[in-house]
Design a protein. Structure first.
Lengths: 322, 283
């Protein structure tokens, strides 16, 4: 009786029920629902602005102030004029790009070896203050860049700063640091070392702990010296970390903002723009000079530079084969 | 992850142990110096700070700077604003990242690879490049001087999605299939199986998001113009301007703004470092 009843109802065409459909198909639909916030945000806050920015970068914009009071922005199509000017004529932009490159170079030449040394020290046996060390080396990284900029502005003070007081102890008369065109970049690089050496050393440390001990042991039994073991086994194992530090360092250098902003008291950018960085210039052009088209072009050139740096990652991996 | 190793570089001779200890100790001291300056300056009067010879400790300890901070500036308000926006962004950010992470880790669907490519592509593009058009968009939305501008655009963070995907992959499929047989809904499983199982990961992603939001400067600078609405970073950055406060007060403000971040790090350092270094060492 019961079975006959079920049979007849099953054969009858059922009215469409959303609840039924949902319980049968939810597994197929749910990933799209889970991804919806990401996709929406991607379209609204990345794709759309990127399009607007591209459009603006070919325009000369005026009348932004009136726009805030309800008026429109006056746009004038200028073709590649903004890009041409940036790449050939604009000396400030060139200074900013060169500064970014210099900061990156400083990062590579000084920061990487120091970070590796710190990591080796933290990784060696019988080391004391391991936990204190990790805290101290990591604290600068999580400290607000604004705070770091302020502290260093005072520390670099020519007469009362701790930098020059320390130098005076050694019998050296300290320079004017952030007021000297030749020393602004070294000052920033020192600030950068303080902020990032410890942070990068943690990546090297994580990498070092991936080096198999038995491989090193075997090499040592075969008579390899400590230095040879380090050079031929440890360093190749650290390859991904080197590449990571080079690439993130490059991206960070070209988009440095808060630290020089505070250190040099923006809109001051150091004597002869010695402390001007591309992102600062973009901000200056877009929000202080209100030339949004021009600033958008800066944004696009910067994006291309950063994409090239990211692309280097692949190139570095191909060139440096183990 | 940071376990001691029996054998390591440079062997274990007494000289090298001393060298290594010296490197670490000197490093620790150098890292500490700027913090010592900040704390020391917070408790000094201006005259003490600009008097030779320069001293490490205040000649006379004073709370004067903290009074200035609370009475002459909107500091307390900025602090509240920052806690408010950072908390909302953290909770929403973690939840949305976990949703997307679960989709990538536990489901098969059309365009999965393409969508994941979008995540990776956004990961390499710095958000700051879109500063101008994003500001214009906020203006069109009427979100200038509104915390929606702080909370919404950066809410779905691709780095967090990437991390959550890695963590959620460790949730066993069998557990989810068993729940399905018992009639659990997919949304129910997300809340009752996936989220509880990846709770440590939620903590890591949450703390990273909180710290980033707490320290962010450029975006709040662009979208918040009313100084009562400022977050700590903008507030501290402009303290020498309209408020004409002195070095000591700026350092006192910096000190109080840094304190919670350092405390959180102290409590969770192992998890934070593991979370940050995860992606990089694989290469």
């Amino acid at each position: 009786m019961l079975s006959a009843h079920t049979l007849t109802t099953a054969n009858k065409p059922q009215p469409f029920s959303l609840a039924d459909w949902w319980s049968r198909n939810q597994r197929k639909v749910i990933p799209y629902i889970f991804l919806a916030p990401f996709l929406l945000s991607f379209v609204i806050f990345t794709v759309y602005p990127a399009g607007v920015s591209l459009f603006l970068s070919f325009q000369r914009t005026r009348g932004f102030q009136q726009a805030e009071e309800g008026g429109g922005v006056v746009l004038e199509y200028k073709g590649w004029a903004n890009y041409e000017r940036l790449l050939t004529k604009d000396k400030r932009f060139r200074a900013a790009m060169i500064n970014g490159a210099e900061f990156w170079l400083g990062t590579l030449l000084v920061q990487m070896p120091l970070a590796l040394a710190v990591a080796l020290a933290l990784n060696s046996p019988n080391i004391r203050f391991r936990i204190l060390g990790r805290l101290a080396f990591f604290a600068p990284y999580i400290t607000s860049a604004v705070v770091v900029g302020w502290i260093f502005r005072f520390v670099y003070d020519q007469n009362f700063g701790w930098m020059n007081s320390a130098l005076a102890q050694l019998g050296i008369e300290g320079p004017a640091w952030i007021r000297d065109a030749n020393l602004v970049m070294p000052s920033l690089i020192i600030l950068g070392l303080w902020t990032w050496v410890g942070f990068n050393s943690l990546f090297f440390l994580a990498g070092l702990q991936n080096v198999p001990d038995d491989l090193k042991e075997a090499a040592r039994i075969d008579g390899a010296t400590t230095i040879r073991v380090f050079w031929h086994i440890t360093i190749p194992f650290l390859r991904p970390v080197f590449v990571f530090v080079v690439v993130t360092g490059g991206i960070g250098s070209f988009s440095l903002f808060s630290q020089p902003y505070l250190l040099l008291d923006f809109p001051n950018t150091g004597p002869f723009d010695s402390g001007l960085f591309p992102l600062m210039y973009l901000y200056d052009m877009g929000f202080l000079n209100i030339r949004m088209g021009y600033a958008s072009a800066i944004g696009y050139i910067l994006t291309v530079v950063i994409l090239i740096i990211t692309g280097m990652q692949l190139l570095l991996f191909r060139l440096w084969k183990v | 992850m940071f376990k001691r190793k029996r054998q390591s570089e440079m062997g274990g001779s007494r000289v090298s142990v001393m060298t290594m200890n010296t490197i670490v100790l000197v490093g620790v001291l150098l890292c500490a110096v700027p913090f010592v300056y900040m704390i020391s300056a917070s408790f000094r009067r201006e005259g003490d700070l600009y008097k030779l010879p320069v001293t490490v400790y205040p000649r006379e300890w004073t709370m004067h700077n903290f009074h200035t901070l609370f009475e002459k500036t909107e500091y307390v308000r900025w602090y509240g604003n920052t806690i408010f926006t950072a908390s909302i962004r953290t909770v929403l950010g973690v939840y949305l990242a976990a949703l997307a992470g679960a989709a990538f880790a536990k489901y098969d669907f059309r365009f999965k690879r393409f969508f994941f490519f979008l995540v990776l592509a956004t990961l390499t593009l710095p958000f700051h490049m879109l500063l101008i058009p994003l500001f214009l968009l906020m203006r069109d939305f009427g979100w200038v001087d509104n915390y929606l501008a702080i909370i919404v655009p950066g809410m779905v963070n691709v780095f967090n999605i990437f991390l959550m995907r890695q963590y959620i992959e460790s949730v066993p499929d069998e557990l989810m299939d068993a729940a399905r047989i018992d009639g659990a809904s997919e949304i129910g499983m997300f809340h009752r199986i996936i989220l509880p199982l990846v709770r440590p990961a939620l903590g890591v992603v949450g703390i990273l998001t909180f710290v980033w939001t707490w320290n962010d400067f450029l975006w709040p600078l662009v979208v918040l113009h009313d100084d009562a609405k400022y977050l700590l970073s903008n507030g501290i950055a402009t303290m020498d301007g309209p408020y004409e406060v002195e070095t000591g007060a700026i350092m006192a403000g910096s000190f109080l703004a840094t304190l919670p971040i350092i405390i959180v790090f102290l409590l969770m350092q192992r998890q934070i470092i593991a979370g940050l270094t995860q992606g990089a060492i694989r290469g």
